[in-house]
Design a protein around this ligand. Structure first.
Ligand SMILES: Cc1cc2nc3c(=O)[nH]c(=O)nc-3n(C[C@H](O)[C@H](O)[C@H](O)COP(=O)(O)OP(=O)(O)OC[C@H]3O[C@@H](n4cnc5c(N)ncnc54)[C@H](O)[C@@H]3O)c2cc1C
Length: 463
């Protein structure tokens, strides 16, 4: 399995660590550099998406390196969305009508630690922490670094470089500067930012609310969500506009205003947050955006993960997509008989439409989660889809299931099929076309028939 090439990976986050592990298993000589200290020794700064939803596509990546079972031990399964209305009533909406389809809450640090610990067992991997990449020669596979503690400057030479340095990628910025590359790139921010808060365990030492669910407080323009942690706390994320509307990050400027806002808008959540006002002012407010760019490769360099396609977090797919990148890159490598130049090009070309699809889906879900989840037509659609999935488990997959549980389908197929179904079911419900006297099989047949026609139309428009 030993390969002669050396690969320098910049960024030891989730994508870079999984990629380093796979390349080490394939026999490459890997150097993995990370600007932060080793997270196994340093405390992660508060407020940086402490936990994440891990689902099938991410698990497929972990399975490829033999870590899926160990990762599952770190997981708390979430069977559905628990919707909290303003009057405190709750409603659980399952993610799927099929048994065994759920998503998982996992600690970012725990998962990254699992990957780094495994990397330590490979003699062909070197990890350098506190190494801030400052510049990359994309054609010569040569990168400059500054040590975060000593400030010493040094360079590293490899045969190839892969930039997995996240949304603010230095490697991508180098591509922007490259004359003749015709590098297209865009960054679109949402008008909303996010802030992380906490539900500590209850006085009895248990979870403060249902642990097997992803909790959502949809409030039209803004929302709150909460995911469980292994220590029985919940990480709570407030998605709120920076400006405009009655409440925003700008005008929630005093402890009293923050308390009043939560008491009025999220009363049941407020009861579970004794440290609300302290956390609100101590934890950072961070922006949310979508980054698209192309090409992802130039010279001896490739971009992967958030560095090439950062997305908003509303489908819980950013990490899952980044792990799927590693699976797709592994496939591209073996198809190219381990010729890295060819694999870089083929991977980028093949993967880009899927990265665009999940970016669009994540934006769709922003609107769906903050408002539509509470609308009657959405609830009726979900009810019908769950019936379809339960009665005809191999014949119907909702858009959510196509994206989240069908790791065998590319995102670009999931978006096409899922959007067509959504459109058709909602229109049929609005126009009362799915009559009560029709049985479930008749309803499914009609939905499928019309959805396929709509999908065909989308195909025509795409061409
Ligand atoms: C609020 C929020 C919630 C989210 N929830 C989910 C979820 O539920 N499910 C999901 O799948 N995804 C989720 N995501 C997305 C997920 O966090 C990202 O998609 C994922 O972390 C991407 O991994 P990455 O390794 O590409 O980038 P990152 O995790 O950002 O890692 C990049 C690494 O590169 C390092 N680095 C950066 N610059 C340099 C440099 N110059 N030199 C050296 N190292 C450098 C960084 O320190 C970091 O360790 C969420 C994101 C946010 C913001």
């Amino acid at each position: 399995m030993t390969k002669t090439e050396s690969i320098l990976i910049i960024g030891a986050g989730l994508c870079g660590s999984l990629l380093a592990l796979r390349l080490a298993q394939l026999g490459y000589t890997v150097t993995l550099t990370e600007k932060r200290p080793d997270l196994r020794q340093a405390k992660l700064s508060a407020g940086r998406s402490i936990n994440l939803a891990l689902s099938n596509r991410g698990l497929k990546g972990l399975k490829m390196v033999g870590l899926d079972q160990e990762a599952e031990e770190l997981c708390i399964p979430m069977q559905g969305r628990m919707l909290h209305s303003k009057d405190g009533t709750t409603q659980l909406s399952s993610y799927s009508g099929r048994d065994g389809e759920y998503i998982n809450s996992i600690s970012r640090t725990g998962l990254n630690t699992l990957l780094l610990d495994k990397l330590d067992t490979y003699p062909n991997v070197e990890i350098q922490f506190n190494s801030i990449c400052t510049n990359v020669d994309l054609r010569q596979a040569h990168a400059s670094f500054k040590h975060a503690a000593t400030h010493s400057e040094y360079t590293l030479q490899a045969d190839y470089i892969i930039g997995t340095d996240g949304a603010g990628s230095v490697v991508r910025k180098q591509m922007e500067k490259e004359k003749g590359l015709l590098f297209s790139h865009s960054q679109e921010f949402l008008t909303h930012g996010y802030k992380e808060l906490t539900f500590p365990p209850s006085k009895e030492g248990d979870f403060a609310t249902e642990k097997a669910a992803l909790h959502i407080w949809p409030r039209g323009e803004n929302m709150l969500i909460a995911l469980p942690n292994k220590d029985k706390s919940f990480t709570v994320t407030l998605f709120l506009a920076y400006k405009g509307g009655a409440f925003n990050f700008e005008n929630l400027s005093t402890k009293e205003k923050v308390s009043d806002y939560f008491k009025t808008v999220y009363p049941d959540a407020y009861e579970l947050m004794p440290e609300l006002t302290t956390e609100f002012f101590e934890n950072p407010t961070a922006p949310l955006g979508t980054i698209r760019c192309f090409p992802w490769t130039y010279g001896k360099t490739l971009l992967m993960g958030d560095a090439s396609h950062a997305i908003v977090p509303f489908y819980g797919q950013g990490m899952n997509a980044s792990f799927e990148d590693v699976v797709e890159f592994d496939k591209a490598l073996s198809e190219a008989e381990f010729n890295l130049d060819i694999a870089f090009k083929n991977f980028s070309k093949h993967r880009k439409p899927d990265a665009d699809a999940i970016a669009d889906l994540a934006l769709d879900n922003f609107h769906e989660m903050k408002s539509h989840t509470a609308e009657d037509i959405f609830l009726q659609k979900r009810k019908l889809e769950l019936q379809f999935e339960k009665e005809f488990p191999t014949e119907y997959y909702s858009k959510y299931a196509l994206v989240t549980f069908r790791e065998d389908l590319p995102y670009s197929t999931a978006i096409r099929q899922g959007r067509a179904q959504d459109l058709v079911i909602q229109e049929m419900l609005r126009k009362n076309i799915l009559k009560p006297e029709m049985n479930l099989r008749e309803k499914l047949n009609l939905v499928r028939e019309v959805s396929q026609k709509v999908e065909q139309q989308q195909l025509i428009f795409d061409i």
